[in-house]
Design a binder for this molecule. Structure first.
Ligand code: DX5
Ligand code: ZN
Length: 216
């Protein structure tokens, strides 16, 4: 099933609850929550207190993308705040297998993210344990960038591996997705679509509905 995961990184934080209600009413299924630590990526975004407030105010699947170094340190806290999916970067973990254990112990969905230049080979042995692979279609760390074309080949290759191995792993694509690039991302094989600036800049309801229409 295709799902839309609006990234609140591009929302107006002074009107966050209101803007989340708009995407929820318009039919989005997930809410993408980008945690940045100023270390794994240069920017700092938001964290636990914001996540637990959102948990109380929305029924959307809380899709937490940890762009932080050594994410193992924070998996329990993020789970306590009400995440449904926790995604860690393969590049940021000293023990990816242990990170997945910690997420699964909490009965949450486990995601592994790969930055654009990271090879799919990192997933060779771990793939059957992963519920979702997040393919970064831009460099991690900020919204509003242009999709890097070679990441579409990576999604295509990953989809082929998942199908060949008889797995059901979701593929999430994150970065530079708008009404012009969405179709190519879907055609490549992604089924969970993150969109930040293309949803929260301008008419949020209209933007959400337009992307959902393309995803039907
Ligand atoms: C970037 C984040 C994205 C970001 C996407 O590091 O992981 O989730 O919000 O923003 P857009 O859709 O504007 O590229
Ligand atoms: Zn993200």
């Amino acid at each position: 099933m295709n799902c839309l995961s609006p990234s609140i990184l591009s929302a107006d934080f002074a009107r966050l609850g209101e803007q989340i209600s708009i995407v929820e009413q318009a039919g989005a299924q997930y809410l993408h929550f980008d945690v940045m630590d100023g270390c794994f990526v240069p920017n700092i975004s938001f964290g636990m207190p914001v996540l637990s407030s959102l948990r109380k105010s929305t029924n959307l699947m809380l899709d937490v993308h940890l762009m932080i170094q050594d994410p193992i340190r924070y998996i329990a806290d993020i789970a306590d705040c009400g995440a449904d999916i926790i995604t860690v970067h393969a590049e940021a973990c000293w023990d990816l297998n242990h990170a997945i254990d910690l997420i699964k112990e909490r009965n949450l969905l486990a995601g592994v993210a790969l930055s654009p230049a990271t090879s799919l080979a990192k997933l060779d042995y771990i793939l059957p344990r992963v519920d979702m692979v997040l393919i970064m279609t831009v460099s991690p760390g900020m919204g509003g960038q242009e999709l890097i074309p070679y990441t579409l080949d990576k999604i295509r290759d990953l989809k082929e591996i998942i199908d060949c191995r008889g797995l059901k792993t979701d593929i999430e694509a994150d970065g530079g997705i708008n009404d012009k690039t969405l179709k190519s991302v879907l055609d490549a094989g992604a089924n969970i679509i993150v969109a930040g600036s293309s949803i929260f800049e301008g008419d949020i309801e209209g933007n959400t509905k337009r992307l959902l229409e393309i995803m039907k």
